[in-house]
Design a protein around this ligand. Structure first.
Ligand SMILES: Cc1cc2nc3c(=O)[nH]c(=O)nc-3n(C[C@H](O)[C@H](O)[C@H](O)COP(=O)(O)O)c2cc1C
Length: 214
């Protein structure tokens, strides 16, 4: 097992695949779906875990992991607290970047675009299909706010369970966001650091495709 003092020697040669212009699909959503399905079939743990980077209006960035809960050609959906740090940053600056790293395939996907809230109806539908305990966890938490200790949170959870029983309401300040992509980059690790990087940028409603140096 390598320890942190060996960081300079930690590296792998990437040999799992290749991404060539000759076999990419014209539409980045189709390529995303193909890679995502392969990650699911390979039983990668939480293939839908993605890092999302947001920034304040001054441009100070922050990043964290969330779960992708839906995607189609209109965008990529995740759920969170609209008053959380990310929620406040997105309110002030709707541009964000999401990132998937599937190490088993030596693949990274970067997607950038603008974020919009999804409808209240869709958010409620998703909230109500979540496990009951998760719904209470969401209801009990003022995400990203300081709390005195864990007991306060657990008491709030228990009190809410008593209050609402089997039907907790969807919190007003909780729901989905959709990232509407303007840019994709598909990265496939290759040997000798000569990785493949294929980009799709939306220009005048068409996807312009090009390769970047690794
Ligand atoms: C694997 C994983 C999945 C997560 N999924 C979500 C999610 O779907 N929604 C969410 O709000 N937070 C999720 N989190 C927690 C976030 O990373 C983060 O702690 C939280 O959203 C607060 O971030 P913020 O203070 O920057 O707003 C997840 C964390 C991990 C590690």
């Amino acid at each position: 097992m390598q320890k942190a003092n060996n960081l300079k020697n930690m590296r792998l040669n990437y040999e799992q695949g290749q991404l060539l212009e000759s076999n990419i699909k014209m539409n980045p959503f189709e390529l995303f779906r193909k890679w995502f399905d392969q990650a699911v079939e390979a039983k990668i743990i939480e293939p839908n875990a993605m890092t999302i980077a947001t920034a304040t209006k001054e441009g100070i960035p922050s990043a964290r992991v969330v779960l992708l809960k839906g995607f189609d050609e209109t965008g990529f959906v995740f759920y969170t607290n609209y008053h959380s740090r990310k929620g406040k940053e997105l309110n002030d600056n709707p541009f964000a970047a999401i990132l998937f790293w599937w190490r088993e395939f030596e693949r990274q996907i970067r997607i950038e675009g603008k974020i919009e809230k999804i409808s209240r109806k869709e958010s409620e539908e998703y909230f109500n299909q979540r496990p009951l305990k998760s719904r209470y966890g969401t209801l009990a938490s003022e995400q990203s706010e300081i709390i005195e200790n864990r007991e306060v949170l657990e008491k709030r959870f228990a009190d809410l369970e008593k209050q609402y029983g089997a039907n907790p309401p969807t919190p007003e300040n909780w729901g989905g966001y959709k990232l509407i992509p303007a840019k994709f980059e598909f990265w496939q690790g290759r040997t000798s650091r000569l990785h493949d990087r294929i980009c799709y940028h939306k220009e005048n409603n068409n996807w312009k495709i090009f390769r970047l140096q690794p």
